[in-house]
Design a protein around this ligand. Sequence first.
Ligand code: MCU
Length: 411
Amino acid sequence: PSSQVTTTSSTTTTRATTTSTTAVRTTVVTTTPSTTTPGGTSPTCSVGSISLVSNSKLPDPFTFANGQKVTTKEQFKCRQAEISAAMQQYELGTKPGKPQSLTASWSGNTLTINVSDQGKSISFSVTVTAPSGGRAPYPAIIGYDGGSIPIPAGVAKISFSIADIAAQTNTGSRGQGKFYNLYGSGHSAGALTAWAWGVSRIIDAIEITPATNINPAKIGVTGCSRNGKGAFVAGALDDRIALTLPQESGSGGSACWRLSDYQKSQGQNVQTASQIITENVWFSTAFNANVNQVNRLPFDHHSLAALVAPRGLYVIENTSMEWLGALSTYGCMKAGSLVYQALGVSSNMGYSQVGHGDHCGFPAAQQGSELNSFINRFLLDQSVTTNVFRTDGNFNFNQANWVDWSVPTLN
Ligand code: MCU
């Protein structure tokens, strides 16, 4: 078993399932395979094999791959398991489940997480900034490389240095970072999935470390641009995340591949699947086969919203950056919002698209009644209104051209 030496100023905590101790203040937690699978799914769902399709519209979130219709909320959890599996198979790469062993130590404002799985070990740390005001245990927002949104009083900030887990310099970064030290440089996960795995391990560590004063049931995740793509995927692949806040994530995040290809075909300078894989290692190499024929994918990125549902989701976009795909992100998230509608929780998802020249700057217009309302409701348990779905963009999204399914009312 792995062991760790802690200094007198730090504490090491563990779950009740501690199986061995090798020294004073040295604990090993052996975790059983996760009982909740990614995406808000139930352990009883059996996901069959998922084939490629030929579908120029955004695929129906309410029909299983075998043609069966989703009619209940319970069935939708199994459909989420299927969507998650499909996205991992054809785009994101596989997110490993709970590791065999995870320990954590807390010292100063640093949470150190030690993970062992199948004979290999890594260790990484995050920095926690305690909130001004509020009451412990505090809610917290995990910010990829700190994130780029204003964090309100009463909410802690957890800075997650993502390059440590998976590098994203360029296409030469494939397989580099601690995730790949643990699972092998040839692992299928792209960087977005590797970071999402890191977020899940941060939450595991918070769950067993009360000394952090962070409430693991009130965790948000955010990041901007490439890191916004990452934050969205993290929220989609771990249903312990209460609030997902992707900012200017564009193509690969809140945009749909099909819609971005359409914009490109209309002469707009929008990032597409075929371009994105030439820039970086955000996706699995398994994605490469279909980037020139995205109509074959049995999902699109409205499916990311479908995986976050019914949990809190506030998508921040920017109409001034052509590359992000203003129509694509708006239309894609409109389609995603139909899942929230079917679940009877429309206001749990917000979309706000405001033009401004500073990519990853945060306009005041999106703060008070939008971002803060989502944080107040989903992290601080206040009963406030979160009805946001807006754009200042000058385009026309014709939903009927992209959505050929009807929205059920799931019981
Ligand atoms: C919007 O996110 C990315 C985009 O996908 C890339 O093409 C571009 O190079 O960088 C953006 C970004 O991360 O900006 C910080």
